[in-house]
Design a protein. Structure first.
Length: 255
């Protein structure tokens, strides 16, 4: 039976895996380039000037780096529940408009850090206990019309892609993770993807949570049909444009 890790157990597993995480993901063809593609799909204007962006589940900072490349003038707040992963992120060089916080996405969303113009969440939602509750909280983080991009392992629904994922896990992913002493985490990875929403089901979940303009975009390479980008807004684009203009003007006045 495949066992899922949750909450503190999952955070501790990521703490331990943080030592080798960057090396393993570097061996994954397209890992960083597809994160960048998803970050760029937010289409933040003017390189993100005057905008506030939250990176939920930032890990060792790969998603944060993707956001920074996509919107180099944005103010980015990156959050993760694993102190080990966050320590690896903090060891890297960052410009002053990037900051990191050690807390769960749920704790962050329940706080008073908002509003944000955009939220990016990579490999997060299949790892949380209550995805619906978190999506509702994310909406409260976003300005009216604010943008959401979710980059996630979410199978297409095709038996071919499910079989491919199982084959990759048994032959490559779990053996590689076992070498670093993190077999439980990578067994969790396999199980969490198999049990999580298919791409159409997660798109429906976003709509039920009140997001508008929901779109699903594929990624390239071996991850096609296994990883997807989900794009949505908190309300209409017109409302968002007005709120963003006000926020950028306010930010400019404060400088």
């Amino acid at each position: 039976m495949m066992t899922l890790l949750r909450d503190h157990d999952l955070a501790r597993a990521f703490d331990h895996a943080s030592r080798t995480y960057d090396r393993l993901t570097a061996l994954n063809p397209g890992y960083r380039s597809e994160l960048l593609r998803s970050a760029r799909r937010l289409r933040l204007p003017d390189d993100g000037a005057g905008l506030r962006v939250a990176d939920l589940g930032c890990g060792t900072g790969a998603s944060t780096r993707a956001l920074l490349r996509a919107a180099p003038r944005a103010h980015i707040t990156a959050v993760d529940a694993s102190s080990g992963m966050l320590h690896r992120a903090l060891d890297k060089p960052w410009p002053p408009q990037v900051r990191f916080l050690h807390m769960t996405a749920e704790e962050f969303a329940a706080g008073d850090e908002g509003p944000f113009d955009a939220v990016f969440a990579a490999y997060l939602f299949r790892n949380v206990t209550g995805p619906d509750q978190l999506l509702t909280a994310v909406r409260t983080l976003l300005r009216p019309g604010g943008r959401l991009a979710v980059h996630e392992y979410s199978l297409s629904g095709s038996p071919v892609h499910r079989a491919l994922w199982n084959t990759l896990c048994r032959g490559v992913i779990i053996p590689a993770g076992t070498l670093g002493g993190d077999r439980a985490l990578y067994r969790h990875l396999r199980a969490s993807v198999l049990r999580f929403d298919t791409a159409p089901a997660f798109a429906d979940r976003l709509r039920r949570a009140g997001f508008t303009g929901v779109r699903v975009a594929p990624v390239a390479g071996w991850q096609t049909g296994i990883v997807h980008t989900f794009l949505a807004r908190n309300g209409s684009a017109a409302t968002g444009a007005a709120a963003t203009a006000t926020a950028r003007a306010t930010t400019g006045e404060a400088r």
